[in-house]
Design a protein around this ligand. Sequence first.
Ligand code: ADP
Length: 578
Amino acid sequence: MDPKDSRFSTQISHLALDIGGTLIKLVYFSPNGDNCEDGSIVVGNNGCSVVQGRLCFAKFETRKIDDCLDFIRLNILQHSGVQHARDKFSVKATGGGAFKFADLFKEKLGIVFDKEDEMHSLVCGVNFLLKTVPREAFTYLDGQKEFVQIDHNDLYPYLLVNIGSGVSMIKVDGDGKYERISGTSLGGGTFLGLGKLLTKCKSFDELLELSHQGNNRVIDMLVGDIYGGTDYSKIGLSSTAIASSFGKAISDGKELEDYQPEDVARSLLRMISNNIGQIAYLNALRFGLKRIFFGGFFIRGLEYTMDTISVAVHFWSRGEAKAMFLRHEGFLGALGAFTSYKDQSHSTDLKPHHHTVERAVVKCSDDDSFRHIPVTANVNDGEAIESRRLETTVVTSPRILHRNQVYHSSFVEEEGITKACGCPLLPLKSHIKGPAPVSEQDRTDIVDEAITFFRANVFFTNFPIKSPADKLLIYLTFYINVALKRLEGCRTLAVGTKAIINLGLEDIPVPGEAGFPFPGLFSLPSSQEEADLFRNYLKQVREETSGRLLSVAYRANGTPNKWWLAFAKRKFINVVLL
Ligand code: ADP
């Protein structure tokens, strides 16, 4: 294998998941970040390979778990050259969903969860961030954000308040030393759930947007409402302090519809944030903890939420304690699971491995926009997914991710499948006219397999055939190679599409005719009818493959994806072992 090509076999994408009640969080390592042109491997002086790349983050709603499965299948497993249920591969996972959805991931992606305890992962994630990522923690009060310098030798003890669907409060005394001391069920899930009921909002982002425009004083009963506009100064309560969240609704004589949803959303956000801030402080007080870090996706970097929590902590501690926030607040558990990968390079199993993650963060941009970008369903476009990248250096064992066997087709079942020239005419998820039976849209078909396995299978110089479907897989691997060669030099999707359309206009030879690529792979047609049937099937499957290939070979903005087009240079010469 020439050194240029070897980079593709190092598409190691350590992947860790945190599957919560509301959201699925993903952290994965990608060596092909923008700043590392070739996913370059620098040999470190400790004899290990150092792969420089980026940590990528993505999130999905748990109720839309299929989007997450698609994302992993298309963006992560494909890059690792792994994508079949038979190629079980292990991934770190935490959160309740690591149990609840274990079977689903195994069945759909062949991923076996290596489960990490949720609290342990949260703590590991925060420790990792505080120790390795510069400018991670900050305070937010009165509109002022200030980064906090963390002294690694004086980090413990601290209180971690993770505001997810529910809230956990964890006293952390050291690496791996922690205790969950409290929590509350009034958390992000309550805000979202009640908010949906009360305002008819459909999403968290909509609810946040509404709350921006609202005024909580319309519904909240303030001290001033009770005291005729004055402070209750004797006990230190200003007239604007909330005496009772939603209290005005008792005597306003209004129905829900009479209130503006903006004001309802604002009061709700204030109520939940305030309550958490107060409970957090009381727990810090219980154990004499001075530092309180708040995390969880509920915060989302929202100034109003952070301000409310900070004010609550400030108020109840009389200025003694400060609330601190984390820039990667939502990914604590996933990061913790990610950092728990151990070196598995001594294993005798030759399937793809994860490697030791030694966590040397090179730099981390200050851009916080990733917190606000909504989740999109376009799983082919990694940039459009809510994600950000934390540049990092991951030290891997010298043995790179590589596989010593071709990927075979899973369509070994021949019953009920029509054949032409010995090739099974397998069902396709296709709207293109042709003889292929129609496959269900959520199932993998032979085109998915061919595209998924292409970048791994193309390296092999021989291909032992295990089933007739493997023959079709070989044909399609060859065809993808041909199509990529046509795309080489096509700098935009539009130009590439034209090239592919032209390829589609070319004659399609069948076995026995000049130009058929693999003499002997398929049997000769016994009649003109069989020849036509096979030609029509090949036409349909090639067109379908072309369409799907274009969507991976070009990014959503129409620019070429070098991680695909670079394979145009590769020649797929198979010695087919019949
Ligand atoms: P969990 O692990 O319980 O899912 P998270 O830390 O992921 O917890 O936080 C979930 C909470 O984050 C939700 O209850 C909601 O309040 C808030 N949230 C932030 N962004 C979103 C979003 N795009 N969709 C749904 N909830 C969101």
